[in-house]
Design a protein around this ligand. Structure first.
Ligand code: ZN
Length: 324
């Protein structure tokens, strides 16, 4: 049964069925709605007989993530008809557009800082997100994260989280407070199957950096030839509504860099050997004297060399923030 809660599902479907019946009374041409009513009744019947969530064609389970979004589905992804496939393609094209528009300007330079990133989805859309936002007081907010899962639903959750964070910026709170609020709102609005790890920070012109790390891979700081990893200050966003988040304060000097990355970078593997944090640190040290754009490019080149043609399984995002 795909691990779906059928009692909840049945209650939801029953409530929606009542709405549907009400609407049918007032619609002049209700033929399509009657067809929909039949589909709802059929789903309810399948829940009662225990055959819900099984593909009509191959009898394998239908993907649980898709059923949560559309509980009336009766076939798995492999057995969509022509119209269903076309609709899915259109959704995907739309999701790609939304996502491209969310990415920040690359190689941004502000007073005291350079910001570069590389964003490479494994498929057409990504669950990773990255944003740099210039504030009126001259400081810059930066965020890099990774929503659990893949495909359209992860990418839409990513857009949702991105919008949520942006809407909280005007509050002028410390970054950990913004994450605490974003977590609460994300928990209340999201499908229970999704959560996100992220690093959220603010850098001012004097080199002071505030960081909140929500269950994300340790960001790496290089200063004065020393490489340090920073630990998490809280749980991933979307796991528990009441999570609190801590704050890390660091002062970065001219020439120092902060490197953020998603697990797709360090966990990319060839013959079960991962790229890993150690190789990442070594590569960062090699490029330490370059500008942010060159450090980013060198990291991506080294990653490609490591993979040597092996297909990446996950989205990869890195961001380099350099004090100049
Ligand atoms: Zn099937």
């Amino acid at each position: 049964m795909n691990g779906l809660n059928t009692t909840t599902l049945k209650n939801q479907l029953t409530a929606r069925r009542e709405r549907l019946q009400e609407t049918i009374k007032y619609v002049p041409d209700p033929i399509k709605l009657f067809a929909l009513l039949q589909q709802v009744d059929s789903a309810l019947e399948r829940i009662d007989t225990g055959s819900y969530g099984i593909c009509d064609v191959c009898h394998d389970p239908v993907e649980a993530e898709r059923l949560l979004i559309d509980p009336l589905l009766t076939v798995c992804l492999d057995h969509l008809n022509h119209h269903q496939l076309r609709a899915l393609e259109q959704d995907l094209e739309f999701a790609i557009k939304i996502q491209r528009n969310l990415l920040p300007e690359n190689n941004l330079t502000t007073k005291g800082w350079e910001f570069s990133y590389n964003y490479t989805p494994a498929g057409p859309v990504s669950g990773d997100f990255c944003d740099f936002i210039k504030l009126d007081d001259g400081s810059v907010l930066f965020v890099l994260g990774d929503v659990s899962g893949k495909g359209i639903s992860a990418s839409l959750m990513m857009s949702h989280l991105n919008a949520l964070i942006r809407s909280l910026l005007s509050s002028n709170l410390p970054v950990n407070e913004i994450v605490t609020r974003a977590n609460r709102l994300f928990c209340e609005s999201t499908l229970s199957t999704h959560y996100a790890t992220m690093v959220f920070g603010r850098a001012n012109a004097e080199g002071d950096v505030e960081l909140c790390i929500a269950g994300h891979n340790p960001p790496i700081i290089i200063n004065d030839g020393q490489v340090t990893s920073l630990s998490s200050t809280g749980l991933p966003v979307g796991l528990f509504c009441q999570s609190e988040y801590g704050l890390i304060n660091v002062n970065m000097q001219k020439g120092d860099s902060l490197i953020l990355y998603t697990d797709g970078f360090t966990e990319a593997a060839v013959n079960e050997t991962e790229y890993g944090e150690n190789r990442l640190k070594k590569q960062i040290l090699k490029s330490a004297k370059s500008n942010a754009q060159k450090i980013t490019e060198d990291l991506i080149t080294d990653h490609k060399n490591f993979l040597n043609g092996t297909t990446r399984m996950d989205d990869v995002t890195i961001a380099v923030i350099k004090k100049i």
